[in-house]
Design a protein around this ligand. Structure first.
Ligand SMILES: [Zn+2]
Length: 231
């Protein structure tokens, strides 16, 4: 018999599995996911959401010790939904402090964007690796997503989707707008999103940063403690 390559899981099935699992492994909560067939692919070539579950690579490799009924239990009581949190380490291989944030370039800037006294986007080198920190607030001024030296934490119930894959992390809010996109593939480490500072919408777009009618683009800020100060 010739083994046929599986086609890629359809994007909407993957998203539904992420949503029901609270954007993490149903067993341990880790945000880098694989999609497991509870009804095995070899028996039935399917992509049915009701017979699949999101798991991390580790738990996926060991899931066969559980019978199907235990696998369905994990599916129906995923860790991140029970705890209403997503937590994990953003695993990017990046060794410099050069970032493109909202269409502006920052090189060796401690805090790239600051609102009043609160750092919104910052980075530093620890053990030869760039570590990013973020504080993202909602329109009511509540912290909804935090990254501390690449360790991310958010509430599962606040977001419509959150996806981590090699070099990329994307959080979408309930309105499906992109609350945060970190793309650290290749050379251009970019951070974009639609965020709030002091009740004001701030758009960190691909080409520019806009706050109300003010826009900032193509700035290159090098070797400073604070790059862009807002408020
Ligand atoms: Zn796991």
């Amino acid at each position: 018999m010739i083994t046929r390559y599986r086609r890629r899981i359809p994007a909407d099935v993957a998203r539904k599995l992420r949503q029901e699992a609270g954007f993490g492994c149903a067993k341990c909560g880790h945000p880098y996911l694989e999609y497991h067939h509870i009804v095995p692919w070899r028996d039935d070539q399917h992509y049915r959401v009701e017979d699949m579950v999101a798991l991390c690579a580790n738990c996926h490799a060991n899931i066969d010790v559980y019978r199907a009924d235990r696998q369905y239990q994990l599916k129906y009581k995923p860790k991140n939904i029970v705890e209403d949190r997503v937590q994990g380490f953003l695993d990017f291989d990046k060794r410099d402090l050069i970032f493109r944030v909202g269409g502006n370039w920052f090189e060796n800037v401690d805090t790239m964007i600051q609102f009043r006294n609160t750092p919104i986007v910052s980075a530093r080198i620890i053990d030869n690796q760039a570590r990013v920190s973020l504080n993202l607030f909602n329109s009511a001024g509540r912290l909804v997503l935090q990254v501390v030296d690449n360790e991310i934490a958010l509430r599962a119930s606040t977001f419509w989707d959150f996806e981590c894959r090699q070099g990329v992390a994307i959080a979408r809010s309930a309105t499906r707008s992109i609350a945060l996109r970190m793309d650290f593939q290749g050379n251009e480490a970019s951070i974009e999103g639609e965020i709030w500072m002091g009740g004001k919408a701030v758009r960190l777009g691909r080409e520019e940063t806009s706050v109300g009618t003010n826009t900032l683009r193509n700035n290159r800020i090098v070797g400073s403690r604070v790059g862009i100060q807002i408020g």
